[in-house]
Ligand binder design. Sequence first.
Ligand SMILES: Nc1ncnc2c1ncn2[C@@H]1O[C@H](COP(=O)(O)OP(=O)(O)OP(=O)(O)O)[C@@H](O)[C@H]1O
Length: 278
Amino acid sequence: MSKIIQINNLSYTYPEAQQPALDDVSLQVEAGDWVAVIGHNGSGKSTLAKNMLGLLEPSAGQIQIAGMTLSEQTVWDIRAQVGIVFQNPDNQFVGATVADDVAFGLENRAVPRDEMIQRVADALKTVKMSEFANREPAHLSGGQKQRVAIAGVVAQRPQVLILDEATSMLDPAGRRDVVNLIHELKDQMNLTVLSITHDLQEAARADDVIVLDNGHVVQTGSPAQIFASGSQLAKYGLDVPYAERLKEGLRAHGLDMPSDYLSEEGLVDYLWTLSSTM
Ligand SMILES: Nc1ncnc2c1ncn2[C@@H]1O[C@H](COP(=O)(O)OP(=O)(O)OP(=O)(O)O)[C@@H](O)[C@H]1O
């Protein structure tokens, strides 16, 4: 499979900062994958996203997205291929109504009016928000606001979706709901997802997980590989998912535990199969 995101030796130092926020970061993402980027506060996750969108200019290194090398000349073509949903939906609303808001990015790209109306309607349908088209965004719930933000991205039909803590302000049910929606969209639209997240349940469903610490990529692997390295995660200031800790405890009591990652529900199912053979 081809690499839709290829980052080589990227470094970035904020003006007047003593230390680089990103230091020699290299990573790659296969087209169609969901990659979670995890790391404690200040590890460089948002700085990475801003460099990828050309909002910050790398101090060194190279970023390639969708076959283009990021530069002043390509930044707008790259942004047309990369949608981003931020943490706080209130900071990303610009339209007076939900439909206006979804249309905003298309207006900026001078999409013809008839096509724009169709794309907005399709995008709202995709995120199941059609009936809210004429509402004011301010009156929606947090989860609904993120759905509208996602519709804005969907309407632009990008190849890559970056989530910058997109679910962190939602309650657990809202979070699950939005993550499920994005999984559906990823399949429908053949999207590649790069998700900066603190939500380990979400990271556990990714194809790959990248751990950032202090501006460096310190681990890359499948969720099972990453979450099995419990003490390493703690070293990087990250939690080990509850199901992994429980598995570890049960293993210490002599129970045979599978090495692949299990969600809490998956672990409960597994434990039932054990109890029925005892
Ligand atoms: N505008 C800025 N000026 C100077 N330093 C900054 C600026 N923004 C971030 N930093 C520093 O760069 C480093 C990386 O920050 P960044 O926001 O990318 O981390 P993060 O992993 O996204 O953190 P969080 O999880 O808290 O959002 C931190 O040391 C931070 O203090």
